[in-house]
Ligand binder design. Structure first.
Ligand code: HPA
Length: 196
C-alpha cells in the first residue's frame, strides 16, 4: 500500500486525522512502514540533496497523536527506544554502499510549522540533539510503533540552517531538492522491499 502525500498538522488537521492512514494500514495487516520527508539539515556535515536515514526522532509537536483513550493496538505508555528499526537501517546502509549512494544518519525533529525556522531556532534544535528538522512524520511513526508496525524512515535534506551565514529557504527550493533526491531514495527502498 502506498500513499501519495500525507495530511500535515499545519494544514489544520487534528492529530487523529494526520495519523488515520496508519490506523487503516494496521487494519489491512501492514507490518512495516516506510516514511519519507523533506527537512532542513543542521548537521554541518550535511549537504543539500543528501539522504538522511532517520535513526531517531524528537517530538516537538504541540499535541500528541496518542492523547485520549488508548487504542487497544498497543499499551497506554508505549516504548520508543527503537522507533526506527535497527535491522532496516543496517539493510539500507548495505544497499546504499553497494549502489554507491551517499547516505547520512541522523535524528529528525518534528515541529508543527508552517514557518521555516529562524536562524536561532535552527541553532537551538541542533543543540537539542537534532540533525534535521521538518513538519511531518513523527505523529505517523508514533502511531505505527504503538501498533507494533516496524518503521524505516528517510529524510531528504532540502535546505540547511543554523550555520554562521543564515540562508533563505523557499518551498520551491525544497521541492526541487526533494525531486532531485527521490530516485536515489526510491532505489534504496525498492531494493529493501525486495530483500526483506
Ligand atoms: N524546516 C522545517 N521543515 C522543512 C525544512 C526546514 O528547514 N525543509 C523542509 N521542510
Amino acid at each position: 500500500m502506498a500513499m501519495e502525500g500525507r495530511f500535515h498538522f499545519y494544514e489544520g488537521y487534528g492529530m487523529k486525522e494526520v495519523t488515520f492512514p496508519i490506523r487503516v494500514m494496521y487494519e489491512l495487516g501492514i507490518t512495516t512502514l516506510f516514511v519519507s520527508n523533506a527537512s532542513g539539515g543542521m548537521n554541518p556535515e550535511f549537504r543539500i540533496g543528501d539522504l538522511m536515514i532517520i535513526t531517531d526522532h524528537i517530538n516537538m509537536f504541540p499535541e500528541h497523536p496518542l492523547r485520549g483513550h488508548n487504542f487497544p493496538t498497543g499499551p497506554r505508555f508505549p516504548d520508543m527506544h527503537e522507533a526506527y528499526d535497527h535491522k532496516l537501517v543496517a539493510l539500507a546502509d548495505e544497499i546504499a554502499k553497494e549502489k554507491n549512494i551517499r547516505v547520512m544518519h541522523g535524528v529528525y525533529m518534528g515541529v508543527q510549522g508552517p514557518t521555516f525556522e529562524t536562524p536561532a531556532e535552527y541553532r537551538m534544535y541542533h543543540k537539542m540533539g537534532a540533525d534535521a528538522v521538518g513538519m511531518s512524520t513523527v505523529p505517523e511513526v508514533i502511531v505505527a510503533r504503538h501498533s507494533g508496525i516496524k518503521v524505516f524512515g528517510v529524510s531528504v535534506i532540502t535546505d540547511l540552517g543554523g550555520f554562521d551565514v543564515p540562508v533563505k529557504v523557499s518551498h520551491e527550493e525544497v521541492q526541487e531538492a526533494a525531486n532531485a533526491a527521490q530516485p536515489r531514495m526510491t532505489e534504496i527502498m525498492r531494493e529493501m522491499i525486495k530483500r526483506s
